[in-house]
Design a protein around this ligand. Structure first.
Ligand code: NAD
Length: 422
């Protein structure tokens, strides 16, 4: 049964997550009973969110919170605001969170949330009303020992502050540990904002070292110049790499000599886009992916690399800052071309790792300095990269399967030791 499932072509993000689960579970020879217990989400909450808009009418939004696993600790995972959010996508993202927390060996399970909405078309006050209604609706599921949300695409520290406030008001006292990715003034951690990009940077350096490619002069292409993508670009730029192309939802830009990344970040902050940055040439999305480079960083959304565009890719390393950017069909093409993949559940795990640090600091009411956060993050990312690489080499499996084997193996161990309730 699992072998057959693993050879099917997945049609959605959740099917892709299940497909990759089967590949790793087969390598691990995981017992059928254990597979049944850990493959599917533990809890799914679907909520209807009526919100009064600025023009006075009431608009109905749909939202979700999925807890995939709490076997190793409280649920943990971000909240996404995007027009294409679906329950299927949230289930996939929650599943990946479970394996990701286990890969970096932090004591959390996996969860995720999302609201189908167009945040760019909404005012701040509409976003606040939507967020507070959503927080109130998922209240039975969340809590510092139950399930701890964080930012994801088009949500940020302000969104987390509203959730923390809504939750705290219902309990009657401040509970900062209910969310991570908060503003520093509310108990956020130093280094959290840049943690995902920094983790991408550390794992990319480890991959380059393994492949004996010098970082100095390495050409980098970044799809999705947001939080994760821009910080990864900035750190690679500081290390001497040359970022030759970046994109956002509006456009792709190119400069063969490389961009001044701090200036590009300031330009994007000011104008809300990368298009029009001085000395840049606009190119098409397909051209961006096909650029000759050492490092390609997909940092936007799922399924951006598939069997249609993967054949044109000319990079040595794909560093998956985004969750699920390569489809299983795309994986097969990249594998056949000898591209070295740093899989999402390893590559972008810096975000949840510093979220864990934030939760620890909130719980202990004792805060660390930035260098302490960076040092601990670097250690965890490098150890985790080494653990995944070892499985990749020992078992001769793709890096994605190796990462899934590490994560799924740890969750399976926890499930087996806990036993079956009742
Ligand atoms: P973000 O909202 O800060 O940035 C997303 C960027 O992608 C934006 O610049 C947007 O314009 C761009 N984008 C959207 N559609 C695009 C398209 N079709 N082509 C090119 N660019 C496009 O979000 P983020 O937090 O950086 O998240 C990006 C990815 O990283 C997501 O997959 C997210 O799940 C993943 N991730 C983020 C974190 C985190 O801590 N922020 C942690 C782990 C994983």
């Amino acid at each position: 049964m699992p072998v057959l499932e693993a050879t099917m072509t997945p049609k959605s993000a959740h099917e892709a997550a299940l497909h990759n689960f089967d590949l790793a579970a087969n390598e691990l020879n995981l017992e059928p009973d254990v597979r049944e217990m850990i493959k599917y989400p533990e809890r799914i909450l679907e909520v209807t969110l009526p919100v009064r808009m600025d023009d006075g009418h009431i608009h109905r939004f749909e939202g979700y919170r999925v807890q995939h696993s709490t076997a190793r600790g409280p649920g943990k995972g971000g909240i996404r605001y995007h027009p294409n959010v679906t329950l299927d996508e949230v289930k996939a993202l929650a599943t990946w969170m479970t394996w990701k927390c286990a890969v970096v060996n932090i004591p959390f399970g996996g969860a995720k949330g999302g609201i189908t909405c167009s945040p760019k078309d909404m005012s701040q006050i509409e976003l606040e009303r939507l967020t507070r209604r959503y927080a109130a609706s998922i209240l039975p599921l969340i809590g510092p020992d139950q399930d701890i949300p964080a930012p994801d695409v088009y949500t940020n520290s302000q969104t987390m502050a509203w959730i923390m406030d809504t939750y705290s008001m219902t309990k009657g006292y401040p509970i900062p540990g209910v969310v991570t990715g908060k503003p520093i003034s509310l108990g956020g951690s130093l280094g959290r904002n840049e943690a995902t990009g920094r983790g991408v940077f550390y794992t990319t350096l480890s991959a380059l070292e393994f492949l004996k490619i010098p970082v100095k002069g390495a050409k980098v292409v970044v799809q999705g110049f947001g939080n994760a993508g821009s910080i990864a670009a900035q750190l690679l730029h500081e290390a001497g790499a040359v970022v030759i192309a970046v994109s956002d939802s509006k456009a792709c830009i190119f400069n063969s000599k490389g961009f001044d990344i701090p200036k590009l970040m300031a330009y994007k902050d000011k104008t809300g886009q990368v298009l029009g940055f001085p000395s840049s040439e606009e190119i098409q999305p397909a051209e961006l992916l096909a650029l000759n480079c050492e490092i390609l960083v997909p940092a936007a959304l799922e399924n951006s690399i598939d069997s249609n565009n993967a054949p044109s890719i000319r990079t040595k390393v794909v560093a998956e800052a985004a969750n699920g950017p390569v489809t299983p069909d795309g994986d097969a093409v990249l594998e056949s071309k000898g591209v070295f993949l740093i899989p999402d559940i390893l590559c972008n795990a810096g975000g949840v790792t510093v979220s864990y640090f934030e939760w620890v600091q909130d719980t202990q009411h004792l805060f660390w300095d930035t260098q302490d956060v960076y040092k601990r993050l670097e250690h965890i990312m490098k150890v985790s990269f080494g653990d995944v690489l070892k499985i990749h080499r020992d078992h001769r499996v793709p890096m994605r399967t190796a990462a899934n084997m590490l994560g799924i193996g740890r969750v399976a161990e926890a499930i087996k030791i806990r036993g079956l309730y009742p």
